[in-house]
Write a protein that binds this ligand. Structure first.
Ligand SMILES: O=C(O)CCC(=O)C(=O)O
Length: 303
């Protein structure tokens, strides 16, 4: 459980013994088990970049999110963070090792193929067939990320998982953006919560909002994102449910206006996030996210 959840257990030299054990086990697997069992997954060429990207239907009457190249901290603070306006930031992760290392999925199999991860299975988290399964990283990549799907209900998605606590080697491939140092007036800054979102083409996060600031960062592949301001919440029909109060019942790609007539009044914001780009999503801004190809995103949530 410690290996799965990434619980740090330190020895007297301040070494994280659980992570080191995970790293040693992977070395052992790579060196002995798979060589003798003749499973050649380490040599398979599974490219993660840009396979058949095609845009979904762009909803009508959308406003496009503006783009800003590597803004100064103070500019980002004044123009976007303080007034809570979403913006696409480009050129901010060119120095991340992940930008090159993660383009080949063999990399994940090599360093974490036998590690257990939680995978969401199903069209999306409010779909009736949705479930979660534990499986190894290798099984996930081979059977879910690299699969061509004909039925949307079987998609596998490593979603909202603190993978970087579990696998410190991957944590070294990313760098916390400076923008995460900005705080609302009454909050003290703490380290952001970092989540991994890894999956095939067609993963879908239904329209929902989160309470924190978010920099959703696209490392591999691209995603289509539709946003709505918190000012339009009354047109979005959230579920009347303790767990799903922050999720809308409306599908913004093809809304059912008979059941949700007020939805037509909400102003849609739209962007496609490509590799290397990040989207600032202010607290309580609604977002609906679809991957347009194999995709790996990292989100930074902070107050
Ligand atoms: O990328 C996704 O599928 C959803 C991301 C998201 O909802 C978030 O970062 O808060």
């Amino acid at each position: 459980m410690g290996l799965l959840l990434g619980a740090p257990i330190f020895d007297e030299n301040d070494e994280n013994i659980l992570s080191n054990m995970g790293i040693d086990l992977m070395k052992y697997f790579n060196k002995y088990i798979y060589v003798s069992a003749d499973i050649e997954y380490n040599n398979s060429k599974i490219e993660a970049t840009s396979l058949g990207q095609e845009l979904l239907n762009v909803p009508e009457n959308c406003k496009e999110i503006s783009t800003c190249e590597k803004p100064e901290l103070s500019y980002f603070n004044d123009k976007f963070f303080k007034p809570c306006i979403p913006v696409k930031l480009i050129g901010c992760i060119d120095h991340w090792p992940a930008k090159t290392k993660w383009t080949n999925l063999d990399y994940f199999i090599k360093i974490a193929g036998e590690r257990t991860i939680p995978v969401e299975i199903g069209a999306h988290y409010v779909h009736e067939n949705w479930t979660q399964k534990l499986m190894t990283m290798r099984e996930f990549i081979m059977n879910y990320v690299c699969k061509e799907y004909d039925e949307e209900s079987q998609r596998g998605y490593l979603a909202q998982h603190t993978l970087f606590d579990q696998l410190p080697q991957l944590r070294d491939d990313i760098i916390i953006p400076d923008y995460c140092a900005l705080t609302d007036d009454d909050e003290t800054n703490v380290e952001p919560e970092i989540n991994a979102w890894f999956g095939p083409k067609g993963t879908l996060s239904p329209l929902h909002y989160d309470p924190k600031h978010n920099l959703l960062t696209q490392v591999i592949g691209s995603k289509q994102i539709i946003l709505f301001s918190p000012d339009d919440s009354s047109y979005l029909y959230p579920y009347d449910d303790k767990l799903l109060f922050n999720t809308s019942q409306v599908d913004p790609i093809s809304p059912n206006l008979k059941d949700y007539p007020e939805f037509g009044k909400a102003i849609k914001w739209y962007c496609v996030l490509k590799p290397g780009e990040m989207l600032y999503i202010p607290p309580k801004w609604w977002h609906h996210v679809v991957s347009l190809e194999k995709s790996f995103s990292v989100s930074f949530w902070w107050r």
